[in-house]
Ligand binder design. Structure first.
Ligand code: AP5
Length: 219
């Protein structure tokens, strides 16, 4: 399967992608995670992306397209799930073109729908593990031991772009530049809306139901 998970910042894309990738053995490719790794490693790419990410703006398409096209080429036969990419109509057009070179296309786009006020609370309460990338929330998804990752015991950290000011900018950027993708995929593919204002397990169950139905239709 070749899937895209769309949704506002904090809609729960990363949380759900981890479960979807495990269930269907897909490669989970998060453009945000790749950029954060590049930044942590101090690479040229990471340095170029830094100021855009810190202000809540999008990293220029040229940088993102090169980075993601390279990553997608490493996907196993089972497929991939893209998280945070594409994020502009131009990125979506270029993704479609690069898949078409190998006679491929996306199987489905899942659109996590949620109100801005809810995602703002989710992001300011998010804590992540700097080692394994696991994501928690101070109220909604607490680790077993306060402040420590369940998987490896590392001290959880807050993302630098999760401050209220940057979150407000990220939401603005989403509505201006990423939301138009919903119409793009309505006209160019299979898109499913998913109610993301539910408990994580319930959102996951809605997604699995849609993907299982899709797999049955294609069998
Ligand atoms: P990126 O890392 O992609 O950030 P984002 O899209 O803003 O998404 P988030 O990671 O903030 O949220 P999420 O939807 O994954 O939510 P999560 O599951 O963590 O991008 C960061 C930056 O990189 C961008 O601003 C941009 O600068 C740059 N960038 C990345 N891709 C780019 C691209 N393609 N083009 C250009 N620039 C790009 O959940 C959030 C919190 O809520 C967590 O605490 C979680 O525990 C909790 N939670 C999750 N689900 C639920 C639920 N159902 N109920 C209650 N709480 C929940």
């Amino acid at each position: 399967m070749r899937l895209v998970l769309l949704g506002a910042p904090g809609a729960g894309k990363g949380t759900q992608c981890k479960h979807i990738a495990a269930q269907y053995r897909l490669l989970h490719l998060s453009s945000g995670d790749i950029l954060r790794k590049e930044r942590a490693a101090g690479t040229k790419l990471g340095k170029k992306a830094q100021s855009f990410m810190d202000s809540g703006a999008l990293v220029p398409d040229g940088i993102i397209l090169e980075m993601m096209t390279k990553a997608i080429k490493k996907a196993p036969a089972a497929g991939f799930i893209l998280d945070g990419f594409p994020r502009t109509v131009n990125q979506a057009v270029e993704l479609d073109k690069s898949l078409a070179v190998n006679n491929r296309k996306l199987d489905a786009v899942l659109n996590l729908k949620i109100d801005d006020r809810i995602v703002a609370k989710r992001m300011t309460g998010r804590r992540s593990c700097p080692q394994c990338g696991a994501v928690y929330h101070i109220d909604n998804l607490k680790p077993k031991v306060d402040g420590l990752c369940d998987n490896d015991g590392a001290k959880l950290v807050q993302r630098s772009d999760d401050s209220p000011e940057v979150v407000a900018n990220r939401l603005k950027t989403y509505h201006q530049q990423t939301e138009p993708l919903v119409d793009y995929y309505k006209n160019n593919g299979t898109i499913f809306d998913v109610d993301a204002d539910r408990a994580p397990d319930e959102v996951g169950a809605l997604i699995f139901q849609k993907l299982d139905d899709l797999a049955k239709c294609e069998a």
